[in-house]
Design a protein around this ligand. Structure first.
Ligand code: ADP
Ligand code: MG
Length: 700
């Protein structure tokens, strides 16, 4: 089963699947660079760069049945060819094409060479867009010829499904097609995650055949079988990878079991400034039940922004402490970790529970001190960022791992934190981003789910408005008035600094404009991810203390932080964000007693884009928005931008391929459970397909 080498040998031609594409004929450094930016570095990347769609030339329509604005394939005999000049001096070539049902005019603008390539009486295939003929009294014509070729001579050349790839300008489609064709002709024995018996059992093509067919299908049927094989393989691979990661954890570990006493937890509940909502109480009951059972907890706590997940994490952590274990809470940013830390300290001090924090920016001495206190158990609750998963961090007796805003982490990162427990710890994963069931299954395996469906009482929904840039003066005036009333505000921008991308709005430019203009008399600050953490921290603290009234920021403020006095948010270039992300951003306001306003600015005139953004005006429920986003943008975009910890899938779609996913999952479990199977070959293929993105652990 092991692939001893990736050298592919066929008919004496050798081709290394990991060979750099730069050395392929016709590629060279410039094109290699452009392709590299698409993630195509070696031959394997090239042949697994699948067509975005196909130009289907397989079905020919009758000329009599074509309609205006359609793109059609027609074929027939050329009756007549003419050339004339338009009044604007354009050369116009026209021809009449006739089949058994009728005839239609073909039109080419400024392409005088066309005349030399077609002949009267010749049989021609034409793909083009139908429109009304000029001065033709409502007659139809092929106004835009997309492609055409002679059927007499080109019978063989004709490819019924022409693959269409997403490519940069410098890579011409024809060149790319031929490059892939050339490579596919030469290679054989491509590393595949599916062993032959498994392929046979699931009636799947060999990978070589599937690859050839996905790029150059001969029919719809063939395309479908090729897709099925590649989707199955991809999902199988991911499932095996997840099982592998999980196994690294489980070796010979015992699970722990908390008691149902809850004395300390009850003390905590009395100290809380509010009563748990019904949803919170139910979630807490479910978590208690898990923690008190002998089976390790694997629970997802799902709840919209502001639904009150933090307090549930606190209860669980205190329960772990009460039972003599350490608990840890990992947050995606330092700002968030510090905010959690502050809240925990204030509330837990009176309960005599020691809470500590470990983040990347700690000075060396404090860092060393933190490592010691974590290792000797003096810190019972440890809050931190990715800094927690460094090798140096050793826990005394970790029993509960909580991850906040899980979608910001890779799967491997959470798994790594779990390995720091000597037992199999209880695991609580919190997310404000609703994850469809198929997705949880893909990423986490089976998880129990608790949901906080309703927000704590007294919240007023954020009023949201979609506006264009022309409304800016009015909006700024409104902002200024609110600041004069004592409120604080955010202006969120898609980029930090001006880039080549002239359409995006940079936080830096907006900051300059506003802080020296209409908001000259207001304390403004600029916050973005590239600032040193200490500076970020200071700005956030000043904003929290109301020393800053207007915060101009990038999406670093997206997760978690809580400033109840901030009640207005302006989002520049709103069309650049997904709905789920806009909703997360909007969740930063509407956290206090004040009426809150979110103003989305977008100059994108595209109907679809405005329609999408206008959903934000109508819908305040995160789950509903996420579903709409999924429908509108498709899972690629949706999940891509959410960084669910999975590498970008090459072909599978976790929603529409749910049925295959379940099969692949079952197959992966069976396969991995059979000790005689070799996991290594699969891991190798995963690495080949996703580089380091699967097992990656982001550096702190
Ligand atoms: P998220 O689920 O987005 O992490 P948080 O845990 O930050 O939400 O909670 C948001 C705010 O709601 C916090 O200020 C918190 O104190 C408050 N909160 C949480 N639970 C309740 C409750 N039951 N009643 C009133 N306020 C609550
Ligand atoms: Mg939170």
């Amino acid at each position: 089963m092991l692939f001893h080498t990736t050298q592919i040998i066929r008919q004496g031609i050798q081709m290394d699947i990991e060979k750099n594409i730069q050395y392929l004929k016709g590629v060279g450094p410039k094109k290699a660079y452009a392709l590299g930016r698409l993630g195509i570095k070696n031959i394997y990347d090239l042949i697994t760069y699948y067509p975005k769609r196909y130009n289907d030339q397989s079905e020919i329509e009758n000329i009599s049945s074509v309609k205006a604005d359609e793109v059609v394939n027609i074929s027939g005999r050329i009756l007549n060819i003419q050339e004339r000049a338009s009044r604007q001096g354009m050369k116009i070539t026209t021809a009449i094409l006739a089949d058994d049902t009728g005839s239609i005019q073909l039109v080419w603008f400024n392409q005088p060479f066309v005349k030399k390539t077609i002949k009267i009486n010749e049989h021609l295939f034409v793909q083009g867009k139908i429109g009304y003929a000029y001065g033709g009294y409502g007659q139809l014509a092929v106004k835009q010829v997309i492609s055409y070729f002679s059927l007499d001579t080109a019978g063989k050349k004709r490819n019924k499904f022409l693959p269409v790839y997403l490519l940069p300008e410098i890579i011409k489609p024809k060149f790319f097609r031929e490059l892939i064709q050339r490579v596919l002709e030469k290679i054989d024995n491509i590393p595949c995650a599916l062993a032959e018996p498994l392929r046979k059992k699931n009636q799947l093509l060999a990978k070589e055949d599937a690859l050839r067919a996905i790029h150059f299908p001969a029919s719809r049927n063939q395309l479908a079988t090729a897709r099925k094989m590649l989707i199955f393989e991809e999902l199988f691979m991911i499932q095996c990878g997840l099982i592998y990661i999980r196994r690294l954890n489980d070796k010979n570990k015992h699970s722990i079991r908390c008691l149902g006493n809850n004395k300390l937890v009850r003390q905590l509940q009395q100290k809380l400034p509010f009563q748990l909502t019904n949803d919170q109480s139910r979630a807490w009951k479910e978590i208690c039940h898990d923690m008190e059972s002998a089976i390790p907890m694997q629970r997802l706590l799902q709840g919209d922004v502001g639904s009150g997940k933090t307090v549930i994490a606190m209860l669980a952590l205190v329960k772990a402490v009460e039972n003599g274990y350490q608990g840890t809470l990992m947050a995606p940013t330092e700002i968030l970790a510090r905010q959690h830390f502050n809240i925990f300290c204030t509330i837990l001090q009176n309960l005599n529970i020691k809470t500590g924090i470990l983040v990347g920016s700690l000075p060396a001495k404090a860092h060393k001190n933190a490592l010691e206190k974590i290792a000797n158990g003096q810190w019972q609750i440890v809050i931190g960022t990715h800094a927690l998963i460094q090798d140096k961090v050793k826990f005394f007796n970790l029993g509960l791992v909580v991850t906040d805003e899980q979608h910001r982490f890779g799967i491997a990162q959470r798994a790594n934190l779990e390995t720091k427990a000597k037992c199999t710890p209880d695991v609580l994963i919190m997310t404000a981003t609703p994850i469809p069931r198929t997705m949880t299954l893909t990423v986490y395996g089976d998880l129990d789910v608790s949901s906080l469906k309703h927000l704590p009482p007294g919240r007023k929904p954020v009023r949201t408005f979609l506006r264009t840039r022309t409304a800016r003066p009015k909006i700024y005036k409104f902002l200024h008035d609110k600041i004069d009333e004592g409120r604080q505000a955010y202006v969120v921008c898609p980029l930090i600094e001006l880039s080549d991308d002239i359409n995006a709005i940079s936080a830096e430019a907006v900051f300059k404009e506003l802080s020296s203009g209409i908001f000259k008399d207001v304390n403004c600050a600029l916050l973005h991810g590239k600032l040193p953490s200490r500076e970020k921290e200071k700005i956030m603290q000043d904003f929290l203390d109301n020393k800053i009234q207007l915060l101009i920021a990038t999406t670093v403020i997206e997760v978690g932080i809580n400033v109840p006095n901030a009640s207005i948010m302006v989002i520049e270039g709103a069309d650049r964000f997904g709905l789920a992300q806009l909703h997360q951003l909007r969740g930063r306001i509407g956290r206090g007693q004040y009426r809150s306003y979110c103003i989305l600015l977008s100059d994108n005139k595209n109907d679809k884009s405005r329609q999408r953004l206008s959903l934000m005006e109508k819908i305040s429920d995160g789950f509903q928005l996420a579903e709409e986003d999924l429908l509108l943008r498709g899972p690629g975009q949706f999940f891509g931008s959410m960084q669910h910890g999975l590498p970008d899938l090459k072909i599978a779609n976790v929603l529409s391929d749910a049925a295959i996913l379940l099969d692949a999952r079952k197959a992966a479990e069976e396969w991995c459970n059979n000790k005689s199977n070799d996991m290594n070959s699969i891991i190798q293929t995963i690495k080949l397909q996703y580089k380091n993105n699967f097992f990656k652990i982001t550096d702190v």
